[in-house]
Design a protein around this ligand. Sequence first.
Ligand code: FO1
Length: 310
Amino acid sequence: MSSGLVVALSGGVGGAKLALGLSHVVLPQDLLIVANTGDDFEHLGLSISPDIDTLTYALAGLDNTEQGWGRRDETWSFMDTIGALGGETWFRLGDRDLALHIERTRRLGAGETLSQITTDIGRRLGVGPRILPMSDDRVRTRVLSDGGWLDFQDYFVHQQCRPVVRELAFTGAADARPQPDVIAALKGGTVRAVVICPSNPFISIEPILAMPGLRAAIAGCGAPVVAVSPIVGGRAVKGPTAKMLQELGLPVTSAAVAKRYGDLLSGYVVDQADSQGVQAKLHVTPTLMTTLDDKRTLARAVLAFADSLK
Ligand code: FO1
């Protein structure tokens, strides 16, 4: 069993699944999960961090596994009442989930950093591994469609990914300071592997890599960087990955995703050998994660593959 720190980059539902799997195969102190914050936005006066919350709920065992986001055991009185009062209901906030957004908003207003809040909430909900935002500075993913630039959640939820994606922008990424503990961990010389989870490369992973210091720290951490393809047999497991690839003029293949990560990758984990032309070393294994056992099995396979690349 190799020791050392596993650093996982995650966004969205697919990322949280593998992050959960990893949390079952390495000790909590040996797993650091870097959450995308490009999806964050202000809504109903609240600061909302969907990818942080999806990870927190998944690792706390509080997630709504069918939906992929939000909490299980949820009630919807707040949403029902906001609707009755003529408020916005397109972004659904359950009553228990709402408490997290209200408390995070209060603490941000009191001057705490997103990292401090995320760490404390994770501890209170019993999450073992560290979940940290990619930055405490503001980075926002925006989508250029035929009607102009859209904020991410407007594209993703309000308009249900219908607009055609012509271009993506990660506003603030060039100036945002990568989360300092993440940089310190990557430079600490104790990294076993960097795992790029099977998230949407464009909206979940590239915002993280768009911060110059962070991409360089990953490339220079001295450990294998292994990505898991979010494409299985020419289809995305969930969400708009395949649609975005097509709209951006790219083939809907694992190889197209690997090419987005370029020379950062030491290895690439794919479900089927549909990745001709990928520079990184390939590892073919089932990547669909339905059960907790699937998540654990894939996590073990990814780490064993990374260890073999040392
Ligand atoms: N996704 C939806 O498709 N519809 C929603 O109403 C919705 C609400 C929501 C509330 C809190 C939260 O943390 C996530 C939520 N999501 C919703 C998912 C979210 O838009 C996506 O998970 C990410 O932004 C994409 O990775």
